[in-house]
Design a protein around this ligand. Structure first.
Ligand SMILES: NC(=O)c1ccc[n+]([C@@H]2O[C@H](COP(=O)([O-])OP(=O)(O)OC[C@H]3O[C@@H](n4cnc5c(N)ncnc54)[C@H](O)[C@@H]3O)[C@@H](O)[C@H]2O)c1
Length: 255
């Protein structure tokens, strides 16, 4: 199989929420596969630092700061990116948050914040980006879903509802936009060490539970998501549509 199938040279990728964590690692991975990458984050200082880190590795990285939950800011940010870089060929909807409360005490505002960022924002950002993809008859959308798109644990009902919804939104995007040669798929990470999961990996009991539960017997390294992202961003996945690929050390396969 030719390695050109996975080549992203000449492609422009936008990754939301990518100043740090999984989004930052995916941005670096797509850039190393040849793409020009546009990092986005709500935190402009962290965004500048992230762009600077990738540039120091001679990668073609740029930053566009906006809040993915603000429709006007999203539309302006996408228009700005398209005017500076010509087009967006690959969109990674990665920005996300987690909030933990017992379900019977989940505050309205926290519930809504999770739904806004983890479910509604991928729709709002995709709606802005897909117009150019439809006009060019080509595009790749990757929604960062979660293990919690299909299973859950106590206290994370809002996140589970949002990520479950995102897995089905992925199917809707695939079904509506396939005729324009746009492939939309999801990646469902298991447990990866980032700021979002810091409380969990610093908790010795949770760490022991997880390592006993995951067949791989360890946490994931965000770099282990890059191969799936490059596959879903490249010509190698031209007939893969509406799927969520779980990257979780075998957790879902085990009793
Ligand atoms: N870490 C894990 O184990 C794990 C597992 C499954 C899924 N995920 C998903 O992966 C994605 C990235 O998670 P992470 O662990 O890297 O999180 P993180 O908290 O380390 O990084 C998230 C980034 O998103 C940015 N962000 C937050 N709200 C934003 C907004 N409104 N607009 C723009 N940017 C915003 C933050 O500033 C931050 O840089 C999320 O969608 C998360 O749900 C993570």
């Amino acid at each position: 199989m030719s390695k050109d199938l996975f080549d992203l040279y000449g492609k422009v990728a936008l990754i939301t929420g990518s100043a740090r964590g999984i989004g930052f690692v995916l941005a670096g991975g797509l850039a190393k596969a040849g793409a020009t990458v546009i990092l986005n984050d709500i935190d402009p200082a962290a965004l500048d630092a992230g762009v600077g880190k990738l540039r120091s590795e001679d990668l073609n990285a740029h930053g566009v700061s906006f809040d993915v939950t603000k429709t006007d800011a999203v539309n302006a940010g996408i228009a700005d990116a398209e005017s500076r870089f010509g087009q967006i060929d690959i969109l990674v909807n990665n920005a996300g948050i987690q909030r933990r409360y017992p379900l019977e005490d989940f505050p309205d505002a926290e519930w809504q914040a999770v739904l806004d960022i983890d479910l509604t924002a991928p729709f709002v950002v995709s709606r802005a980006v897909v117009k150019g993809m439809i006009a060019r008859k080509a595009g790749k959308i990757i929604n960062i879903c979660s293990l919690q798109s299909t299973v859950t644990r106590p206290t994370i009902a809002a996140y589970t509802a949002a990520k479950g919804g995102l897995a089905l939104l992925t199917k809707s995007m695939a079904v509506e936009w396939a005729k324009h040669n746009i492939q939309t798929n999801g990646i469902g990470p298991g447990y990866f060490k980032t700021e979002m999961t810091e409380r969990l990996w610093k908790d010795v009991d949770f760490d022991a539970w997880l390592c006993g539960r995951v067949p791989a017997a360890r946490w994931g390294d965000p770099q282990e998501l890059v191969g799936t992202a490059v596959f879903l961003a490249s010509a190698a996945s031209s007939y893969v549509n509406g799927q969520v690929i779980y990257v979780e050390g075998g957790l879902l396969a085990s009793m």
